[in-house]
Ligand binder design. Structure first.
Ligand code: SF4
Length: 361
């Protein structure tokens, strides 16, 4: 006689077989198809959810203020812009992998299936809670780096992105000229609503990236001016409008540089960016002062005086000074105000199939 657990195992095995057949028919890459979470999503779309433990509370997996998670399908990149000089990802790669994934001649490292599957967990969390979660796609590389071995991985990544429509995927690149060439052709016809396109342009010499971004037919675009390394005029870009009158660029993320060798940012450059955003109705996010705090920001940052740990001083041509301090002490208030706009959360009906007593099935 079959015990209840044997019956349940047999039912789950049959369901798994059914899901695998569906996934195979729909052309899912084989290295992703066998992820148990993909099976769970497939089962969910069949209306047959295997009983499994799921989280009921939102989990933040990154300290980056404008995202809840970071997703890295692979690790590695090479420096191409002024802003890359002190790339934190490159430093992390040196620390953890001896620098073997960085540079033009280095190989790229595809992350484990478990790392890829994390997005599926977040997708299930989002479904369960009925609200989207922001994912920074590729904090340890650049989605649009041009290399032969990345073509297949990128295809898998775009498939993963399409499979997780309840997450907001923020694709940030310094290779904006390649976006339209590398995304799936179907995106150019109908850009997925949950994919947010962004470029880095923290110096006047890299503002051309924004012009490319505006050619991308994304529903939502953002610009990161972090680290901000020179005064920049975003007006020609922020002033551009969609047919409905809304700004073509929806968000600007700004910040000073942190980490080894960080370069100072003059606070007036930041104020100028904030004011341009306010003028054109573009949401503004100020992430951090970074390792350097301008003397005018010391009270605003919650410091009543410069900490004794201020290690060095940078004197600007206008006679004002910035001090090198701990990045946490420097904080993220600009003239005493927090600017924390992020890609808005989308709300949808929480999935009752995923709701269980106490959140655990
Ligand atoms: S493009 Fe991004 S990940 Fe690549 S080196 Fe530059 S800062 Fe680092």
């Amino acid at each position: 006689m079959k015990t209840p657990s044997k019956v349940r195992r047999a039912a789950n095995a049959a369901l798994e077989k059914e899901c695998l057949e569906i996934l195979a028919r729909s052309g899912v890459p084989s290295n992703l198809a066998y992820q148990p979470l993909f099976l769970k999503l497939a089962a969910h779309s069949l209306g047959k959810l295997p009983r499994r433990r799921i989280r009921t509370f939102e989990i933040r997996t990154t300290k980056i203020s404008w995202a809840l998670h970071t997703n890295n399908g692979w690790i590695g990149c090479h420096k191409i812009a002024l802003e890359c000089a002190h790339c934190y990802a490159c430093d992390i790669d040196s620390f953890w992998y001896g620098g073997r994934n960085w540079g033009i001649d280095a190989e790229r490292h595809r992350t484990s299936p478990a790392t890829w599957a994390k997005a599926l967990k977040w997708e299930l969390d989002a479904l369960q809670r009925g609200q989207s979660q922001n994912v920074f796609c590729m904090s340890m590389g650049d989605v649009f780096e041009e290399r032969a071995e990345l073509d297949a991985w990128r295809k898998d990544l775009f498939f993963l992105i399409e499979s997780c429509p309840h997450l907001n995927w923020l694709l940030l690149t310094k290779r904006s000229q390649l976006i339209t060439r590398m995304v799936p052709p179907s995106w150019l016809m109908q850009w997925p609503k949950h994919v947010v396109a962004g470029v880095s342009a923290g110096h006047e010499s890299t503002l051309w990236q924004i012009a490319n971004l505006l050619e991308v037919p994304a529903g939502m675009r953002f610009v990161s001016v972090e680290p901000l390394l020179s005064p920049i005029d975003l007006s020609p870009y922020l002033s551009q409008r969609e047919e409905d009158g809304s700004p073509k660029t929806k968000f600007v993320m700004c910040g000073g540089e942190s980490g080894r060798g960080a370069r100072p940012t003059h606070i007036d450059w930041v104020r100028k960016v904030r004011d341009q955003c306010l003028k054109y109705g573009v949401a503004f996010h100020y992430k951090q002062h970074g390792c350097w705090i301008h003397e005018s920001q010391v009270p605003g940052a919650g410091l009543t005086r410069l900490p004794s740990s201020a290690k060095s001083v940078h004197t600007w041509p206008d006679g004002t000074k910035s001090y090198r301090v701990n990045v946490k002490l420097a904080g993220h208030k600009l003239d005493g105000v927090e600017y924390q706009a992020v890609v808005p959360t989308r709300y949808f009906a929480a999935d009752s199939a995923l709701q269980t007593e106490g959140g655990v099935a």
